[in-house]
Ligand binder design. Sequence first.
Ligand code: ADP
Ligand code: MG
Ligand code: ZN
Length: 307
Amino acid sequence: MRPAIGIDIGGTNLRIGVAQGTTILYENRFTADFSSICKQHSPQFAWQEILRLTMGAVQDAVSHHPEVKSIGIGFPGFIDPASGRIAQSPNLPGLRSVDLAGDLTELLRLPVVVENDALVAAYGEYLLHGEPQKSLAYIGLGTGVGGGLIHAGKPFPGDHGIAMEIGHLIVDPGGRPCGCGNQGCLEQYASASGVAISYEKLSGKYLPTALIAELAKQEDALALQAFRQAGISLAMGVAHLIKILDVENILIGGGLSQAWMYMKDAFQQQLDHDLIPVLKRKNRIIISQSGDKGGIIGAAYLSAGHH
Ligand code: ADP
Ligand code: MG
Ligand code: ZN
């Protein structure tokens, strides 16, 4: 396989790499708070910013690896499989039916493939660690909560590109408002932003989630409670997922997964409680060790036409 550019766009981070198969030849990371840009500016301005930062990252990668012939991008939104357009993005509000693949192909003169960020990460993790005979469900705990399923060795986008939207399973009817327009969605509790909201509700203070993790390390009771809440909510969603799919390997990644030790016990307890006996303890919950390289590898691989 030819080296290809893989990009993992998130609400908070843009990761880019040049990958050949599962080997990363070049890697860079840009902190780009697209989520705030979308909340504070017009959709047109936000879109130009996303294009500008993505273009800049690509140009840097191309200057190191001029031999690349394709670009794959994981984007946090619902991608319409018929048109390739991004229909909507709960964490990048305001964007509607934008054509990232089309706009970038025109600007860069390279073929660009765009897929849902979590589906791309699922594929990358599958290439790195998957068992060919088994499905793999990936759950990304980042700015939001995304999910992707690999079934029979292939990404499973669903009929409308929206399969595995586990972040929008409702775990608390009538609960916290969500960027998708609903209330009480899992991602309002079990994402990095969700933990910050939980901590703020408990303490009256808004802190970055990495700092709340530091407090948890010092056994701060409110910080620990915010992470426990995330663990419980995540387990509710994962129990639904297991009951529907009977998938054995569940891989958890994303920035918040670095704080898994504070979520783990509450998660396991709630999962044991919610699962029906025949499904109990049949799963492997795996915390990603790839440092989120999965998104880059999956995106690059998909763009090179290997799906
Ligand atoms: P996205 O894909 O949405 O950009 P990431 O998966 O990159 O998100 O995760 C970024 C988020 O992870 C940050 O918003 C931050 O709050 C959170 N984060 C970073 N480090 C830690 C940590 N050590 N513990 C908990 N959360 C963290
Ligand atoms: Mg991400
Ligand atoms: Zn939602």
